[in-house]
Design a protein around this ligand. Structure first.
Ligand code: ADP
Ligand code: MG
Length: 453
């Protein structure tokens, strides 16, 4: 490597480290290396599975370093080892000396209850889930490490259960003897109640407190259990595992703070490690997800059909999957090979009608929730005053109304104090662009969105 190449690469590492969370940096960046810079192209060696992450997150860093060192616009190409072409291989490979702290005394075998279908390599990364994905990978490769507990939250059908299982499957691939357990909160509660009835709490305690990795899904259901002692039991399990350095991963449809009926001490503990949200996939990601999923079907999906479908379901990947199943039934029935937009539209008609996304959320509800969040009244939102926080609240409310309801732009304008439809569109685009650049605003809006739902 020339001296300049060395400086260039060091600068990339430095900038990347300053912009990424430490574990993300370690996982995605540390084992990459620069091969050379030739004709203003930097050739960087990576694990294949990390390419998308680099492509999406580190291009600006490479550009900056390129201008600083070579005073030129440096583009990038990635190279990969043949053996690291697929995700499962590369996950195994880069972790040869890793091991879960496995219990030494022989314990009865446990059923992990993992779904083998849910893996990292069939999870499509995009804007809304890339951080959760990166953190989950880090956890899977270093359970009980710095992200403990790891708390993932977000709306329905966005891949929380998928990621949770992918963590467990990866841990078991790395360390087959690890004691990994996936359980829904509902099932945890049921087991608790059954064991109480059978006066057999000890076996339950033994099973849970001897785990290496506990993956618990939909923890929001624990909130309603304040009377039955399940929260107490969960608390004790949590503490026992945490103290022993065992990994706990939880999912929820809301943040820990919003788990209203949950004991404070649990809420506090959920925040000890990393809290990461998943937000709905953007259009590009929905297309990528569809392109991946249609490979399971024997039909041809032209590009316009894919765009059409990606446009129809924008807040729930489960709905996208369901749409493909509907289409497959219709295509089979009609004996066609190619799914035209018309066939797709016909097949999903029923689903669109009872799609929960478009159930009518009154605009007033959106206005009042947004207002509450920003300390602004609904009246102010509808009026014309242009104080900074009122303007923001107004635009966020219009944005959410456009996203969460079926109302036309003119109708939305009317409900916001008789504004023109172009004003609504302007507000929508403005907030959309702001979210793309400002994570804290995005999280604010997700929080409000979750309150409205
Ligand atoms: P949640 O637990 O958040 O409600 P799930 O994990 O059950 O959502 O996801 C719903 C369905 O969508 C699952 O079949 C899952 O595999 C799929 N899915 C969600 N997000 C993605 C993604 N980014 N890539 C591929 N499949 C996804
Ligand atoms: Mg789920």
């Amino acid at each position: 490597m020339t001296k300049n190449e060395q400086i260039f690469w060091n600068r990339i590492l430095e900038l990347a480290q300053s912009q990424l969370k430490q574990a993300t940096y370690e996982f995605f960046v540390l084992d990459a290396y620069l091969i050379k810079v030739e004709n203003n192209v930097a050739i960087i060696h990576l694990d294949k599975m990390k390419e998308l992450f680099w492509e999406k997150n580190l291009k600006p860093v490479i550009l900056t370093a390129g201008f600083e060192v070579f005073n030129a616009e440096i583009s990038v190409e990635y190279t990969f080892d043949k053996t690291t072409q697929s995700t499962p291989d590369s996950v195994e490979e880069q972790d040869t000396n890793y091991s879960v702290p496995v219990s030494t005394t022989p314990l009865p075998a446990i059923k992990s209850d993992l779904n083998p279908k849910y893996r990292f390599d069939n999870f499509i990364q995009g804007k809304g889930n890339q951080w959760a994905f990166a953190a989950a990978l880090a956890v899977a490769n270093d359970p009980g490490g710095i992200y403990n507990p790891f708390f993932i939250w977000g709306g329905p059908g966005l891949g929380k259960t998928h990621i949770l299982n992918a963590i467990g499957n990866t841990v078991l691939e790395n360390t087959p003897s690890a004691r990994v357990k996936y359980i829904t909160t509902e099932n945890f509660i049921n087991q608790f109640i059954t064991h109480i009835r059978l006066k057999d709490m000890d076996s339950l305690k033994e099973e849970f407190r001897n785990l290496d990795v506990l993956l618990i899904d939909d923890i929001q259901f624990l909130a309603k259990q304040s009377m039955s002692g399940t929260q107490e039991e969960f608390f004790n399990t949590f503490d026992a595992l945490y103290k022993a350095g065992k990994q706990i991963v939880l999912t929820s449809d809301r943040t820990p703070d919003q788990l209203n009926d949950l004991e404070k001490r649990l809420v506090t503990r959920f925040g000890w490690g990393l809290i990461q949200d998943i937000t709905p996939p953007d259009f590009e990601t929905r297309v990528a997800i569809l392109e991946d999923k249609i490979q399971d079907y024997p039909y041809i999906f032209p590009a316009d059909t894919i765009s059409y479908l990606a446009g129809q379901f924008n807040s729930n990947v489960r709905e996208l999957e369901g749409a493909l199943k509907d289409i497959s039934l219709v295509a089979n029935f009609k004996q066609v090979n190619t799914i035209t937009v018309d066939i797709a539209a016909e097949a999903i008609r029923a689903r669109k009608q009872d799609s929960p996304k478009m159930t009518v959320i009154p605009i007033e509800v959106i206005q009042s929730q947004v207002g509450k969040f920003y300390g602004v009244t609904v009246k102010e939102i509808k009026a014309t005053k242009r104080t900074q926080n009122i303007v923001l609240a107004r635009q966020v409310a219009m944005f959410l109304t456009r996203e969460m309801t079926d109302n036309s732009l003119p109708k939305i304008g009317k409900e916001f104090g008789g504004r023109d439809h172009s004003t609504v569109l302007h507000a929508y685009n403005k907030i959309k662009n702001m979210i793309a650049q400002d994570d804290s605003l995005r999280i604010e809006i997700d929080t409000i969105r979750n309150k409205i739902k």
